[in-house]
Design a protein around this ligand. Structure first.
Ligand SMILES: Nc1nc2c(c(=O)[nH]1)N(C=O)[C@@H](CNc1ccc(C(=O)N[C@@H](CCC(=O)O)C(=O)O)cc1)CN2
Ligand SMILES: Nc1ncnc2c1ncn2[C@@H]1O[C@H](COP(=O)(O)OP(=O)(O)OP(=O)(O)O)[C@@H](O)[C@H]1O
Length: 189
């Protein structure tokens, strides 16, 4: 399947999910994350859920990170450059829903990409080798290219891996793990 076909497939599959299923599966994903060997790290980059797109709910992950006293970083997206600016999430961070339905910080303490230890990656689909397909604007490929070499990239998905290789090129950054409600995929880490 082409990236375009994969996007359509997974957008459709998501739209079929009920709120109850989404909440149940998001909790299962958060619980499964606890089994990964990532919790000695400090700087965790988290995406905030686009509820209109029926993404994985990351609020439970946020609570886990807060409970473990981790530094949590969230981003604001610039759709002209397709780049993100990253901010430390604090009690004072004001979040505003963007025109795309993403809760985003308006200002705060900026954190450079090379600070991140762990990045949770939103995706539409992924394959058994850790390639992913997103919305096609390259926000995460650009961001991950700026991160330090050892950064741990963890995809979160309601659905299992595509058995066939997803088309990819030099700018596509592969995942280290992908966590679904059913299992953890480790890609050569
Ligand atoms: N929560 C979250 N934040 C994220 C991402 C993400 O996937 N999830 N992104 C990951 O890269 C970036 C934002 N990328 C996005 C790309 C497309 C659309 C979107 O709504 N696309 C519509 C078409 C809209 C239009 O063209 O007018 C669509 O695909 O239906 C939203 C966010 C950065 N932040
Ligand atoms: N490091 C980078 N620098 C400049 N352009 C990039 C970089 N990484 C990706 N791009 C561009 O961004 C676009 C991403 O398209 P691609 O089909 O890979 O999206 P995707 O896999 O759906 O990923 P994403 O979720 O990041 O949008 C391509 O046009 C690609 O050339």
């Amino acid at each position: 399947m082409t990236k375009k076909e994969l996007r359509q497939k997974y957008k459709y599959l998501r739209q079929e999910l009920s709120i109850e299923e989404i909440e149940h599966m998001s909790l299962a994903i958060a619980n499964r994350l606890l089994t990964l060997d990532i919790w000695d790290n400090i700087y965790f980059h988290l995406f905030l859920t686009m509820e209109n797109q029926k993404e994985v709910h990351t609020d439970v992950i946020l609570s886990i990170l807060a409970g473990k006293d981790k530094e949590v970083i969230v981003s604001r997206s610039d759709f002209t450059s397709c780049m993100m600016v990253h901010y430390l999430l604090t009690d004072n961070t004001k979040l505003v829903l963007s025109e795309y339905g993403i809760p985003e910080p308006v200002e705060g303490i900026e954190v450079p990409s090379n600070k991140m230890d762990v990045v949770f990656v939103p995706l539409l689909g992924f394959d058994v080798q850790g390639h992913r397909v997103g919305y096609g604007k390259g926000f995460y490929d650009r961001f991950l290219a700026e991160c330090k070499p050892g950064v741990i990239k963890i995809g979160l998905s309601f659905f299992e891996a595509e058995p066939d290789t997803i088309p990819h090129n030099d700018t596509d950054v592969a995942l280290d793990y992908c966590v679904t409600p059913q299992r953890v995929y480790s890609f050569g880490v």
